[in-house]
Design a protein around this ligand. Structure first.
Ligand SMILES: Cc1cc2nc3c(=O)[nH]c(=O)nc-3n(C[C@H](O)[C@H](O)[C@H](O)COP(=O)(O)O)c2cc1C
Length: 233
């Protein structure tokens, strides 16, 4: 698969089939993950695969409870919107995520593979997110959808107890990834603010120098979708 296709179409896929993921694919996903950059190449990471039904059932309960806590925090304004964010757009976006999240919870025990990611001293995520993203890209290359979740942080201690994590040695749960063959179609993440709205050059707020009104993949035949700023005359 073309790297740009993978970059543009690796979406969060919450609707998935229960079909098992072959061990070869699981190995390719994690083998790609551990090739990711990480500080000092210390590789302080651990990937714990879960496919046991009883464990998934208990995790489903915890996940549902964590979501309730998260939505309570959002409603109370404790989980803030980004400073630029338009309130109406944010509400629409949250409603969409909630709808697909509800379905995800309802079918949680049917998810064929969960991968819990743990790290020690992860530099606020910097040491572990390249590996997480590589795993999602590698899954995409296999035609497997992934969901990156962090909501279980509300019950991190319970999850770590359940999974026998040696927290006394500094291991911390970073994320739970869910993998499965998608029911939906792969599409470009078009619901993003464009480059020229979120970038600047030399000084914060100065024009980046070009506008990119639409996603640049798939490539346009005439390549005319980058609009360069006209030099001031
Ligand atoms: C750090 C992080 C945490 C996330 N946590 C969750 C989560 O707990 N549950 C969930 O369903 N999605 C979670 N997501 C997925 C986001 O909701 C998703 O990336 C966003 O809605 C954009 O989706 P899209 O790429 O399909 O457009 C998380 C994403 C990130 C980067």
């Amino acid at each position: 698969m073309d790297v740009h296709e993978a970059l543009y179409t690796t979406r969060i896929m919450r609707r998935m089939k229960p079909d098992p993921i072959p061990m070869e694919s699981q190995c390719r996903i994690l083998d790609a993950a551990i090739r990711a950059p990480n500080g000092g190449n210390a590789q302080r990471w651990h990937f714990l695969a879960v496919d046991d039904l009883a464990l998934k059932a208990r995790l489903a309960e915890l996940y549902a409870s964590c979501r309730q806590q998260e939505y309570a925090d959002i409603a109370a304004g404790r989980l803030g919107a980004a400073p630029h964010e338009d309130a109406v757009r944010r509400a629409e976006s949250l409603a969409r995520i909630k709808k697909s999240g509800d379905r995800f919870v309802e079918h949680f025990t049917e998810i064929p593979l969960l991968v819990f990611v743990f790290a020690v001293d992860d530099h606020g995520g910097a040491n572990i997110y390249p590996a997480i993203w590589s795993s999602l890209l590698a899954a995409r290359a296999e035609g497997i959808g992934g969901v990156l979740t962090t909501v279980l942080r509300y019950e991190a201690c319970t999850v770590c107890d359940l999974l026998g994590v040696p927290t006394a040695d500094g291991w911390r749960m970073i994320a739970m990834l869910a993998f499965g063959y998608p029911l939906g179609r792969w599409g470009v993440a078009a619901n993003r603010r464009p480059v020229h709205e979120v970038s600047s050059r030399n000084q914060w707020g100065e024009s980046f120098g070009a506008r990119v009104p639409e996603p640049l993949w798939p490539p346009d035949a005439d390549g005319a979708r980058i609009e360069l700023d006209r030099p001031a005359s």
